[in-house]
Design a protein around this ligand. Sequence first.
Ligand code: BJW
Length: 226
Amino acid sequence: MLSGAGVSAESGVPTFRGGGNTAVWKGMRFDVISSAEMVERDLPAVWEWFDYRRNFLHELMPNPAHYEIARWQDRFAEFTLVTQNIDGLHQKAGARDVIELHGNIWRARCIACGFTHDMAQSKRPDACLECGDRLRPDVVLFGEMLPPGAFEFAAARASKCELCFVVGTSALVYPAAGLPEIAKAAGAYVVEVNPERTPLSSLCDEVLTGKAGEVLPLFNNENSLL
Ligand code: BJW
């Protein structure tokens, strides 16, 4: 399963592109404030944006889609959850071994030594506790490389996949959006769950038009084919 921001939408997390690409922070588009260039130019502004979002996320809970996905992990002998989400809500719902392609908003990473700091249980340190250098959010911003090995591992699982669910993603951001293409090329049955069509819809064997929190729980009954 590949998940995107739409899975968290019903928890109250704003999507990036839903509503017409208008997500802004103090007049800046998200792809400007969430960019490698902005980390170089104005790290405090980047922290202000991410601190705001962590505060906001603190109150939010997983929704039925997160819980259903977590259940699938126990239901299938081999199940891989790959997410583009950085909010940690899959894990909060009980999902394990989640492959986070774009990092996690609850971690900070040292710009110099790469040491990571947990911010879920404790407050953000002012500087790296290992070397004293500056910290940045441990998320993958535009124009940055994904965490070493994460995409490669996900691609290897996709290339052996029989059933691929693509849930709540606009499928615009690569390389994540390439995973269902890999699965399809390997012969997988590809199912999309999204209220809107995406560039992947025409590749899919099944398009379930609707909200993840309403569609996925429909698989959790005795008539379900899964
Ligand atoms: C619901 C719903 C409900 C609503 N239920 N659904 C090939 C071609 C062209 C460009 C590139 C390429 N390969 C790489 C690139 C460059 C770039 C890229 O893809 N750009 C495109 C936008 C054109 N990629 C990168 O830069 C990546 N790095 C990389 O490739 O490194 C190698 C490299 C380096 C240097 C140069 C070149 C290559 C990194 C991408 C990192 C993305 N980071 C972000 C921001 C994280 C930080 C932050 O949070 O601020 O990650 S961008 C943003 O988009 C975020 C998301 O994870 C990501 C994907 O968004 P997602 O999840 O799909 O959400 P939305 O909002 O787009 O869509 C929501 C969907 O939900 C919609 O479809 C709704 O309909 C649906 N929905 N309610 C179900 N209830």
